[in-house]
Write a protein that binds this ligand. Structure first.
Ligand SMILES: NC(=O)C1=CN([C@@H]2O[C@H](COP(=O)(O)OP(=O)(O)OC[C@H]3O[C@@H](n4cnc5c(N)ncnc54)[C@H](OP(=O)(O)O)[C@@H]3O)[C@@H](O)[C@H]2O)C=CC1
Ligand SMILES: O=C1CO[C@H](CO)[C@@H](O)[C@@H]1O
Length: 380
């Protein structure tokens, strides 16, 4: 008989794990079975707080609903070694993940790993290889990959009349860290998050660029840190440029010092697409984007730039509801776990490959930064 519920173990009582606690609750095919923290009291507090807002799943047994309270564990390995866990969600800082991803794979657990996946592409490859050898799935935590908006955007991109041929991808992801950010946030620490804003925010910009390009790798990239933290070791404001075959190009900006902005512009030779919230959609029951085909008419002294914009939307709650992108992420991953279908279908783009491609581009951008922004070439 096939299992119907994926039993998750959370490794690290991280802030983002609270959102994914709710995503598991909303998914309909998953349950958080255990939470491990370096300190068991933090795991207990995490379960307590999350349960208040979002009680753990109610199981219908013999018509008597029962609340299932996850186990609080004070040791990551102890969680990994349990037999009643199918998949782990690893939301530790980037530099600590490799060890636990490999340990989880060796214990036969499927792995949902936060982004950026690793410190180096070779580490990411080792982590993914360990999952392949163990026959378990590997996916990174990019939620927008699972939004119902993406297939619709792809349709807009393929419109020969209102979009044409893709020429340019421009993304921007920024927020302003608060007063304690530099001192206490993991994102400002070279030991914990060595890629800083490039790993934290640029990861999404790279991913959107790869998605828009149909997951072809750029042939060359160039990138520069504009500002840094932790004695120059952590990029905190970064600009990158990606060059693809056929003169397609992508540019991005990411920063811990700039206002909340999560915009993407995809430009063709007939029209362009704008997305104001490409990572975390604005609170709404719909996610939106615009297509634009403005025209410039010049007649002697009259110069008229005509606006032609159309708004589009798909019904999908921004977050925290059964149809939200992060809930789809958990549900999609769990479907593969339950069907044991983490194999790579011929011709399909596998989640692990997408994560590795993103990491390889990030690595090349860091190499470019070390070479003062020189163009660095990539091989597929
Ligand atoms: N996909 C997404 O939408 C998002 C992804 N992220 C990614 O998730 C990761 C975690 O981010 P966030 O939740 O904000 O981080 P937090 O600082 O809230 O959590 C990190 C967790 O790692 C564990 N940890 C283990 N060792 C250390 C250490 N030496 N120092 C600090 N923490 C340690 C801690 O768990 P414990 O003490 O319980 O063992 C801690 O709770 C980041 O890499 C980030 O990029 C973040 C937000 C959104
Ligand atoms: O992945 C993430 C999503 O957005 C956040 C900012 O708003 C990031 O800091 C985080 O790590």
């Amino acid at each position: 008989m096939t299992k119907k519920i994926c039993r998750w173990g959370f490794i690290g009582a991280a802030a983002i794990a609270r959102k994914n606690w709710k995503a598991v609750r909303m998914s309909g095919n998953s349950v958080v079975a255990a939470v491990a923290s370096r300190d068991v009291s933090r795991a207990e507090a995490f379960i307590h707080d999350c349960s208040l807002e979002c009680p753990p799943v109610i199981e219908q047994e013999d018509e008597h609903p029962t609340l299932t309270r996850p186990l609080a564990i004070g040791d990551y390995q102890e969680l990994i070694d349990r037999d009643d866990i199918d998949a782990v969600y690893i939301a530790l800082p980037t530099s600590l993940r490799k060890k636990w991803v490999i340990a989880a794979a060796k214990a036969g657990k499927h792995v949902l790993c936060e982004k950026p996946v690793a410190v180096h592409g070779d580490d990411a490859e080792e982590m993914i290889q360990a999952c392949r050898e163990a026959g378990v799935g590997f996916m990174d935590g990019v939620m927008f990959d699972h939004s119902a908006r993406l297939p619709e955007l792809r349709r807009s991109l393929k419109d020969p009349d209102r979009f044409g041929t893709l020429r340019r991808i421009q993304t921007h992801f920024s927020f302003c860290g608060d007063d304690s950010f530099d001192q206490s946030n993991i994102r400002a620490s070279a030991e914990l998050e060595p890629h800083g804003c490039l790993g934290d925010l640029g990861w999404y910009c790279i991913r959107m660029s790869l998605w828009a390009s149909g997951f072809q790798m750029p042939i060359a990239v160039a990138g520069r840190s504009i500002r840094t933290l932790d004695e120059g070791r952590v990029p905190s404001e970064f600009q990158g440029e990606l060059r693809f075959e056929g003169d397609l190009s992508a540019g991005f900006f990411c920063s811990f010092h700039c206002v909340n902005q999560q915009t993407a512009t995809l430009s063709g030779d007939r029209g362009y697409i704008t997305i104001d919230d490409f990572v975390l959609p604005f609170v709404d029951a719909e996610v939106k984007w615009q297509t634009n085909t403005h025209d410039l008419q010049i007649h002697n002294c009259r110069w008229n730039f005509g606006r032609h914009s159309t708004s589009h939307a798909v019904k999908e709650h921004a977050s925290g509801e059964p149809d939200s992108q992060e809930v789809r992420m958990i549900r999609n991953f769990a479907v593969d776990v339950l069907q044991n279908s983490h194999h790579i279908a011929p011709g399909s783009i596998h989640a692990a490959d997408v994560a590795l491609k993103t990491q390889r581009v990030l690595d090349a951008l860091r190499r470019s930064d070390a070479e003062f922004g020189a163009w660095v070439s990539l091989e597929e």
